[in-house]
Design a binder for this molecule. Structure first.
Ligand code: SF4
Length: 254
């Protein structure tokens, strides 16, 4: 286990480093106690591509919510074909899903923002917490430019929300064009739904293609005009919706 002071020193040094250097430090420091989280969108695939070159045995995991589009499973297979990496799939707790859908229906997320937050917690947030509880470090393709709530992300940080393990954001300072350029130059596999007009890809019932000029995340939970469009993995909005979701979750876990 690395001392907090050493992590903080590395975080300061690596803030101006390139993505490859950040990932190299993570892989050398944590070995198999580090894993990359990806939903196979462009940024996540860039991270996988860089890491696989540095360490072919690098661990990669994804959250299988049970509501993913078929094309996302194709991407899991593509990662195996291209990099030889078997993606670790993390599922929600089946009893929690059964309880949730029995009480609120399979498509509860369309009913209210609190129901949607509940579904994201049961299918994404809680499985992620369980997975991260087995790791000392994780990496994702988060970029500061993606959303206001991600604007202060550092390349190496202590993830206080997940047991104070280390979080790597190697692409934190990459603009979207740099991601596109990297994918083209390296011929990194692309999620097929980009070609169908999607600009952000998540669960099948909660994602639609976007129109030219729309915000890239406009297709996520598109029926929610006012709510913060985050699933709670990178950012947990305070407020009424979260409290309502807390109550609904407590009811499920009773
Ligand atoms: Fe549920 Fe939709 Fe969230 Fe997926 S994105 S976990 S289906 S609410």
């Amino acid at each position: 286990m690395i001392a907090v002071a050493d992590i903080e020193a590395a975080a300061a040094n690596l803030e101006t480093a390139g993505a490859r250097e950040v990932l190299r430090w993570g892989i050398e420091s944590f070995g198999s106690r580090l894993a990359i989280a990806t939903s196979f969108q462009a940024e996540g695939m860039v991270i996988v591509d860089i890491a696989a070159e540095l360490a072919p045995e690098v661990r990669v995991f994804t959250l299988d919510t049970g509501r993913l589009p078929a094309e996302t499973y194709q991407m899991m297979e593509e990662v195996h074909r291209r990099y030889g990496i078997r993606v670790e799939t993390v599922f929600p707790d089946s009893a929690e899903v059964e309880s949730m859908t029995s009480r609120h229906g399979a498509n509860l997320f369309y009913e209210s923002v609190a129901n949607r937050a509940l579904c994201c917690r049961v299918r994404k947030v809680r499985p992620l917490e369980r997975k991260l509880g087995t790791l000392d470090a994780w990496a994702s393709g988060l970029r500061r430019g993606q959303q206001q709530s991600r604007g202060r992300a550092r390349k190496v940080e202590i993830d206080a929300g997940h047991g104070s393990i280390v979080k790597l954001n190697p692409l934190a300072d990459w603009p979207a064009q740099q991601v596109e350029d990297y994918i083209r130059e390296r011929q990194v596999p692309r999620h097929p739904l980009y070609a169908a007009g999607y600009t952000s890809i998540g669960c099948q019932p909660c994602t639609r293609p976007t129109r030219p000029g729309e915000d890239p995340r406009a297709g996520r939970w598109w029926w929610e005009q006012q709510a913060a469009k985050e699933c709670g993995i990178h950012f947990s909005p305070e407020g009424n919706v979260e409290r309502q979701a807390d109550v609904l979750l407590e009811e499920l876990l009773d």
